[in-house]
Design a protein around this ligand. Structure first.
Ligand SMILES: [Zn+2]
Length: 404
């Protein structure tokens, strides 16, 4: 690849904190044009907001609450095409799931959270575009297969999500459809007017060999495959009654549900601004050269194919939370007295860390007064309050059969 004469003489930039903004600016501009993010009558500052969002210098506010406490917040653009905002939106979903999983496992004494990864044979990859009936059929069959692993019937509402990732973890440009499935072994069964909750964990571990052979039968049924095999299935669990539970589970959910911001933005090893080319880890030779527009288009494609679906009790949460002994606590933002404009500076990129003696990612935010430019110190980031959370109710009824 380095024999490519055009590239050899280029001034290639690595993603150091000095250079990374050049790449991010050019990449985001390409995304902006592709996504047609323009000002209009309803959003006269739309373009400016997008361009500033998460950039080296952006704007924010210093919020003073009525009780005198203060918080520093950075403003964002909320565009779906914006890598940062898209990813932040997915991280919020992960946080909501984490909250529900912890509340339910507490209230019902569920001991394990199961995490599966199903990787599809390459032959299937062109056969399940987003929104297709094949994808719908495949996801339905996949969920039936998961329920069977836990001895449930086809219609039992297992607490479960499935998220399709369209690319592999190590190669951004390679289609590699795989499904991340997370679940609590706990289900609801409705028989006429009777509601029953079922603890359905397996003894020990999942028998992955049997599971895989059933999975392959499933693929055979759904897709017109010409050769058998090559699907992969991995299963692990996170124990829910240990100290390490919350960080491990939070990490798992964030990873499974992620919006691929970092996968895309941090993928380039080198960038050449004048030719608008990037070098990625990719392909047979280990590296590939792509244009900025190709990466921007790839980002659009990943978003269009990524697919998160909640099932069973997770999907019908509001309907059953009450009889499961879980209640919602509101946590509104306190009254704001004033919000002063500030400037936010980010330091971002690969940087030599003298303490660790390693090149590591740096990602820091600092806040400065808009006037005078002095740094604001000793403040917490982010607004107070939250969208609220679920928690086990004190004196909750024990589950069993319920009449509705
Ligand atoms: Zn944004």
């Amino acid at each position: 690849m380095w024999r490519n004469a055009g590239l050899r003489d280029r001034d290639l930039s690595s993603l150091s904190p000095e250079n990374i903004w050049r790449w991010i600016r050019v990449f985001r501009e390409s995304v902006r044009v592709l996504g047609n993010i323009e000002n209009d009558d309803y959003r006269p500052l739309r373009k400016q907001r997008y361009v500033a969002c998460g950039s080296r210098w952006s704007s924010g506010g210093l919020v003073t609450y009525a009780d005198g406490s203060k918080r520093v917040v950075s403003y964002s653009c909320s565009e779906t095409a914006c890598t940062r905002c898209y990813d932040a939106d997915k991280a919020r979903t992960a946080h909501r799931y984490l909250n529900k999983i912890l509340a339910l496992s507490d209230s019902q004494q569920i001991d394990r959270f199961w995490s599966f990864v199903v990787t599809l044979p390459e032959e299937v990859e062109a056969m399940i575009p987003y929104g297709s009936t094949t994808r719908k059929k495949f996801m339905n069959e996949l969920c039936k297969w998961v329920r069977k692993l836990f001895g449930l019937r086809a219609k039992d509402g297992l607490f479960c999500y499935a998220n399709i990732h369209p690319v592999g973890d190590s190669d951004l440009m390679r289609d590699r459809f795989h499904v991340h499935i997370g679940l609590l072994p706990f289900a609801v069964r409705r028989l006429k007017e009777q509601i029953e909750f079922i603890q359905c964990d397996v003894e020990g571990l999942i028998d992955t060999e049997t599971a895989l052979s059933k999975l392959e039968q499933l693929l055979w049924r759904v897709f017109p495959l010409t050769q058998r095999g090559k699907a992969q299935f991995k299963a692990q669990y996170i124990p829910l009654r240990e100290k390490s539970t919350v960080p491990r589970l939070a990490h798992r959910l964030k990873y499974d549900l992620r919006g691929f911001e970092k996968d895309v933005e941090l993928a380039p090893l080198f960038f050449d601004e004048s030719s608008r080319m990037v070098v990625l880890k990719s392909g047979e030779e280990g590296y590939g050269i792509y244009t900025v527009d190709q990466i921007a288009d790839r980002w659009r494609w990943i978003r269009s194919q990524r697919d998160l679906r909640p099932y069973g009790l997770l999907k019908q949460w509001n309907q059953y939370a009450d009889i499961l002994g879980i209640e919602f606590e509101e946590d509104p933002e306190p009254e704001i007295e004033e919000e002063q404009p500030i400037i936010i500076k980010r330091v971002y990129g690969r940087q030599w860390n003298p303490k660790k003696r390693q090149v590591r990612w740096t990602n820091e935010k600092r806040a400065y007064w808009k006037q005078g430019g002095t740094e604001i110190k000793d403040f917490k980031w982010g607004r107070k309050g939250s969208e609220g959370f679920w928690k086990p109710r004190a004196n909750a009824p024990s589950t069993g059969a319920h009449e509705t």
